[in-house]
Write a protein that binds this ligand. Structure first.
Ligand SMILES: N[C@@H](Cc1c[nH]c[nH+]1)C(=O)O
Length: 419
């Protein structure tokens, strides 16, 4: 019998792990700097918890067979954190006005769609959730923190950008169209399908005004001041006006909050359609753009109603957060020289010259380890015929220091030269 891993599962070997750790360590450092605290929620959730926000389709959850409870593997982490916050007194009166800052690194599982058997199903994310801070201050913190994350990974400023949308405003603008047309319009806009959009508006009996509005909606993406300008020329209702001025305030605050006054690489994109139903306001995506190659790196948004769904009395707490996709970050970083490209087996090889020297070799190795927290020290376990064979073995594994231990326990140190 051949034992295989499940379809879509992936094992990470030491170099993959070293690269993943490199990315995560930097992100954790940034989260920590901003006063966020790590939280670990369960990989397993009850299906009803996962479905509660209305955000997740049952078909996208990997379900587990358990006679007692209907369980699934978490497809994302925000719902679990909202559930924790709602059930652990974070929502209590005394707590409600203190913003809570959480961060996480976790694996999530998304069942591959029908017909795509074998597609990856386990992913790694690192992200943050800010609870209890409604409005523009919280939104700005999260977007500035996101920018700080990308900068900490040393991605050049012209190789990534954050696209910001406003779920409510887009929805409101779309509501001018006949309801049966809205889903198709939404799809054409979000998939950037201009031809389809033209076909749609021509096929329907729409007024010229609505036809123009549809084509304009397609165009509401780009440099923030330009998009805001285009928006302000529309005939907006009061609620839309408010959202527009909110976006203006946000964009100004973001650009002015930069210490070095370098402008943030943001675009406004009102065609950004929310991925999860729990988003209630700002939504955003961060993508790398190297030439024409655009790759999504993460996403997030505001979800002011989600915590309330899990709270026994429906008491809610404003929330906003994002997650970054670790594998996508690893992939874009492969082009540069920042990620570790190989790993050295060890810093030291401790070689007992005879079987009697073994105990002394283990003891010597411990002495070296005690001197330096980060050092790697391996004891040679396989007898090799000659000292040169040992040296060759060490060089092959990029180990450049050897300690030879003789039968009396004496150490002779050797630094291997490059060959
Ligand atoms: N959990 C969302 C991202 C997010 C975090 N907070 C808010 N949104 C996702 O997996 O896409």
């Amino acid at each position: 019998m051949v034992y295989q891993s499940p379809q879509g599962a992936r094992d990470l070997l030491p170099l993959d792990v070293a690269q993943k750790n490199w990315v995560e360590d930097r992100l954790h450092q940034v989260f920590h700097h901003w006063g966020y605290h790590q939280i670990i929620t369960s990989t397993l959730e009850r299906l009803d918890t996962l479905m509660a926000g209305g955000a997740i389709a049952r078909s996208s959850v990997i379900q587990l067979q358990d006679a007692r409870e209907q369980l699934g593997l978490r497809p994302e982490v925000t719902a679990s954190i909202a559930r924790t916050a709602a059930t652990r007194r974070y929502v209590d009166e005394a707590e409600v006005s203190n913003p809570k800052r959480f961060y996480y690194s976790a694996n999530v599982f998304q069942r591959s769609p029908k017909g795509e058997y074998g597609r990856q199903q386990e992913f790694y994310q690192a992200g943050v959730e800010l609870l209890g801070a409604a409005g523009v201050a919280g939104d700005s913190e999260i977007l500035l923190l996101l920018a700080d994350c990308l900068e900490s990974l040393e991605l050049p400023a012209n190789e990534w950008r954050i696209a910001i949308g406003e779920a409510g405003l887009t929805q409101s603008l779309l509501s001018a169209f006949p309801p049966e047309l809205q889903p198709a319009l939404r799809k054409a806009i979000s998939t950037l399908d201009y031809i389809e959009l033209q076909n749609l508006v021509r096929a329907e009996d729409l007024s010229t005004q609505l036809q123009e509005l549809a084509l304009l909606l397609f165009d509401l993406r780009g440099e923030p001041t330009e998009v805001l300008e285009k928006l302000s020329q529309l005939d907006l209702n009061e609620n839309e006006q408010e959202r527009l001025s909110y976006l203006k305030t946000l964009v100004d605050l973001l650009q002015q909050s930069r210490r070095d006054r370098d402008s943030l690489p943001i675009i406004l994109d009102l065609s950004l359609i929310r991925t999860f139903d729990y988003y209630s306001g700002l939504v955003f995506e961060v993508a790398s753009c190297q030439g024409h190659n655009v790759k999504p790196l993460g996403q997030g948004g505001r979800y002011d109603g989600l915590v309330g769904i899990y709270h026994p009395q429906g008491q809610s707490l404003a929330g906003i957060g994002f997650c970054l996709n670790i594998e996508a970050l690893q992939q874009v970083l492969q082009n540069g020289d920042r990620l570790p490209k190989e790993i050295r087996a060890s810093d030291w090889l401790i070689v007992p010259e005879t079987p009697q020297a073994r105990a002394a070799a283990f003891a010597y190795a411990q002495t070296l380890r005690a001197k330096d927290l980060h050092i790697r020290v391996q004891v040679n376990l396989i007898d090799r015929e000659t000292p040169d064979a040992v040296r060759q073995y060490a060089r092959g594994r990029r180990i450049d220091r050897i300690a030879w231990i003789d039968a009396e326990g004496e150490a002779t140190l050797e630094q291997l030269g490059q060959r």
